[in-house]
Design a protein around this ligand. Sequence first.
Ligand code: ATP
Length: 355
Amino acid sequence: MKIYQIASIPGDGIGKEVIPEGEKVLQVIAEINQGIGFQFERFDWGGDYYRKHGVMMPENGLDAIRHKDAILFGSAGDPNIPDHITLWGLRLKICQGFDQYANVRPTRILPGIETPLRHCTRDQLNWVIVRENSEGEYAGLGGRAHQGHPIEVASDMSILTRVGVERIQRFAFQLARSRPRKHLTVITKSNAQRHGMVMWDEIAWQVSKEFPDVTWDKELVDAATARMVNRPESLDTVVATNLHADVLSDLAAALAGSLGIAPTGNIDPERRYPSMFEPIHGSAFDIMGKGLANPIGTFWSIVMLLEHLGETSSAQQLMKAIELVTANPKFHTRDLGGDAMMSDVTAAVCTALKK
Ligand code: ATP
C-alpha cells in the first residue's frame, strides 16, 4: 500500500475552509482505492502566523515540507497585511525555494456551468495555460530610493535567462504534444519589450525544431485577450511569461464560469522537490467563514495533484465526480448563481466518488 505524505497549508481566508474539504475528498479516494492512502501534515502558516511571529512561515519552513510527496495550498492574503508580504513571504517562497518553474492552469467549461461568452459551446474552450513561474517580471529585482522625497525612484527589473526560457518552452511544447490538438500558442510582447521578449521569441523558434509534430503560433499578449473572447476554439496550449500568464489565466478562469472553479499546479518538472497544487482564487475575505466558498477549484487542483503522483485512475474518478456535481444546479454555490453551501458540494462529490 502506498501512503502519500501531503503537506497541507490552508493559509488565509477561504483557504482555511476549502483545504479541509480537499483533505476529506482525498480520504474518500483512499477509502475507495485500496492501494493508496494519504497522510496529512497541516501547517498554520499565513496571516495569523505573521501576527504572532512577524513572518508568514518559519525561516526553516521549507525543510519541514521538502520531503513530502506534494503540497496542497489554500491561499495567502490578508486585508491587514500588505500584499507583497503575504505573497513573497509564503507562496512565492515555496515556489521559488522549490524551483517550481512551471505553473500549469487548465481551463474548461465544466458541465452545467455557464460561460459569459455568448456563442461559445463547451467543446470550444479547452485550454492549458503554462506560466513561467520563476523569473521574468516577478524576479523580485529592483528597488526604491529617496523614499518620500520628490526625487523618489522605484524600479522592477524583468529578468529572462536562456535556461529559464528554454526549460519553460520545452515543458510547454511537451504538454502541447500530449494533448489531442498538439498546438501551442506562444504569448509575446516583443514589439514593445525589445530585449527579453525578442530572446523569448527566438528561443521558441529554436525549441520548436525539437517538436516537428507540434504546430505553433505567436500572439501578442494584448491581441491574445481579444482572441480568448472572440475565437476561444483557436487556442489549446498557451505559454507566457510570469506577468502575462498571471493576467491571461484570471481572464481564462472568468470565461470558464467562475474564479471558484479554476485549479493550478506549481510544478517542478524534474521532481527534485514537491510540487504544489492550489485553487487559483485568493483569500476572498468577503465570504470567509460563512461556508459559501466554492470548493471545486480545490478539488480540481487535487485532480492535478493525483495526476502528478501518477495516480491517473483516481484522478479520472475525481474529475468525473466533479463533473457530475457541477452538472446539477442544485450544487451550485453563490459564485455560480446558486445557493448551495460549500459542505453540500463536498458531500455531493464524496457521494459521487463512492458510487
Ligand atoms: P487575494 O487578495 O487573496 O488574492 P481577493 O479576495 O482579492 O484575494 P479572490 O479571492 O481571488 O480575490 O476573489 C475575488 C472574489 O471572487 C472574491 O471576493 C469572492 O467574492 C469571489 N470568489 C473567489 N473565490 C471564490 C470561491 N472559491 N467561491 C466563491 N466565491 C469566490
